[in-house]
Design a protein around this ligand. Structure first.
Ligand code: UDP
Length: 490
């Protein structure tokens, strides 16, 4: 019998690219599978070492097929091929458009090689048409939580947000496994222009029309929600997470992940962490793409400083084009925290998995991107949630209200997203909220101790999920069995 051929076509944005390559590597650990990752040369380079190790040391059948972006047509600069480094909104748009230019080459590849399925990111809704044309089943890779999938379905079906009088009036999301409340202010589609909303609707439609959904999630991390998606919403779901645990087992993997700086930088960061007490450091990061204004930078800086607790702050922003440009930090702030050794500011890409897994990290102040959320759950570190946009407010509800593993910093409003002028409106969270949240999560309060215990239990379950016999490991096998059965229809 021939091997099951699976093509992975990741979207080339930070929070999309990394988990999908991790998922591809996990699927390739199945002995009957041959995985091909279809991407561009610069993106392949990021993962080259890890994939070579998978092939040569672990014997996995995995490789790349490279496609070139049409730079001229889409006005893409020579060195830009993903959004891992902070880009202007305009450049991000160009990256996105240039991926659309890969329709024909992708179709050609599918027709020539006829894989057993194409796994493509949910945001690439157009790949469903391409796969249908070639007669290949498409699996939508969902980089977001299954919980957010259930919340979106509930909002679509029952429209509870239409029965409240104001944007900040809480309403119950009916039919979910837990009592979860939302406000219109936190819902992305109430805070976006109609073009953005219809873009998301297209994505949703293609996701629902796909052969299956693949998620970076594990059954026990979102208890009740996988069953809800399968039995109430009625989708075929393969949950393979936490994918960062399934393939990034070595320190080298963690260090190399994404747009890593250098091993020297990593050593410096780990050395700094080692100089602090156990569980004492708050790690602050807003992912790879979030956009914060200077005013917000000042509030974060002063809030962290006055908390008195040690911190690592990944201080980048879309607007933060030049890290050395004056004005991003309050006067004297950088010198003060350096002299006192209270804080470490990382102005580029941080080795997030290395940091989160360090025993001296005591909390993660995060924008609740799903990857950061699941990575923090795996590390057993409690959260300070600071959602900004898209699905992040839904993830906050999962973390704070359902799993009870963290506290909110108190941002109540989703960023307004525009499709046409690249402008977004973000609410500024004040320094006192930052200070209060840091002091509270690092305190010995009884309720915080319960959160810490909860997150540690989940971390143990997360690790088990990807081990032999775990729910995610079993889902890899279920996927392969299903694709084999499709090769030989009865
Ligand atoms: N990440 C990282 N270093 C950084 C910024 C991000 O390693 O400096 C990784 C992080 O570990 C996560 C991903 O990039 O895997 C960000 O995904 P997430 O869903 O949290 O947020 P997004 O960037 O999509 O908003």
């Amino acid at each position: 019998m021939r091997k099951v051929k699976i093509f992975f076509f990741p979207h080339i944005a930070g929070g999309h690219l990394l988990p999908m390559v991790d998922a591809a590597r996990f699927v390739a650990s199945h002995p009957k599978v041959k995985v091909t990752i279809i991407t561009t040369p610069r993106n392949a380079k990021i993962f080259e070492n890890a994939i070579t190790r998978d092939r040569e040391e672990a014997g996995h059948d995995i490789g790349f097929h490279l496609l070139d972006l049409d730079r001229l047509k889409f006005g893409l600069p020579e060195d830009v091929e993903n959004t891992l480094h902070s880009l202007s909104a305009e450049l991000r748009y160009k990256v996105f458009m240039s991926v659309l230019g890969l329709k024909e080459p992708l179709l050609g590849l599918l027709e020539t090689h006829r894989p057993d399925c194409l796994v493509s990111d949910v945001v690439q809704s157009w790949t469903l048409d391409v796969a249908n044309k070639a007669g290949i089943p498409r699996i939508a890779f969902r980089g977001a939580s299954v919980f957010s999938f259930c919340v979106e379905d509930c909002l679509r079906k029952f429209k509870p947000h239409e029965n409240v009088e104001s944007d900040d009036q809480p309403f119950l999301l009916p039919g979910l496994p837990d009592p979860v409340y939302m406000t219109r202010n936190r819902m992305p589609h109430c805070q976006s222009d109609p073009n953005v909303v219809s873009f998301f609707e297209e994505i949703h439609k293609a996701e629902m029309d796909s052969f299956a959904i693949m998620a970076n999630s594990a059954h026990d991390l979102e208890p009740g929600y996988h069953n809800h998606a399968k039995t109430v919403i009625g989708v075929k779901l393969f949950a393979l997470g936490p994918v960062s645990k399934s393939s990034n087992k070595t320190a080298l993997d963690k260090s190399e992940r994404g747009a890593s700086q250098s091993v020297d930088d990593d050593d410096m960061i780990l050395g700094w962490l080692r100089s602090k007490a156990q569980h004492s450091v708050v790690y602050v990061s807003f992912g790879s793409e979030a956009s914060l204004c200077k005013e917000q930078f000042h509030e974060i800086a002063l809030g962290l400083e006055s908390s008195g607790h040690p911190f690592i702050w990944v201080a980048k922003s879309l607007h933060y084009t030049n890290p050395n440009e004056p004005g991003w930090f309050p006067t004297g702030f950088e010198d003060r925290i350096k002299d006192s050794n209270q804080g470490l500011i990382i102005k580029g890409w941080a080795p997030q998995l290395l940091i989160l897994d360090h025993a001296n990290v005591g909390a993660f102040m995060t924008h609740c991107g799903w990857n950061s959320s699941i990575e923090c759950l795996c590390a057993g570190v409690p959260f300070i949630t600071w959602p900004l946009a898209v699905d992040q407010f839904f993830n906050e509800s999962l973390l704070v209200d359902v799993l009870k593993v963290g506290i909110r910093v108190g941002n109540e409003e989703c960023t307004y997203m525009s499709a046409t002028d690249f402008k977004s409106k973000v609410t500024v969270t004040t320094r006192d909220k930052v200070e209060f949240a840091v002091r509270r999560i690092l305190s010995g309060d009884k309720d915080v101790q319960v959160m810490k215990k909860n997150v540690q239990i989940l971390a143990t379950k997360a690790k088990k999920a990807v081990e032999e016999g775990g729910s995610s490991y079993n889902d890899v096998y279920a996927l392969v069995d299903e694709l084999i059965a499709r090769q030989n229809p009865k």
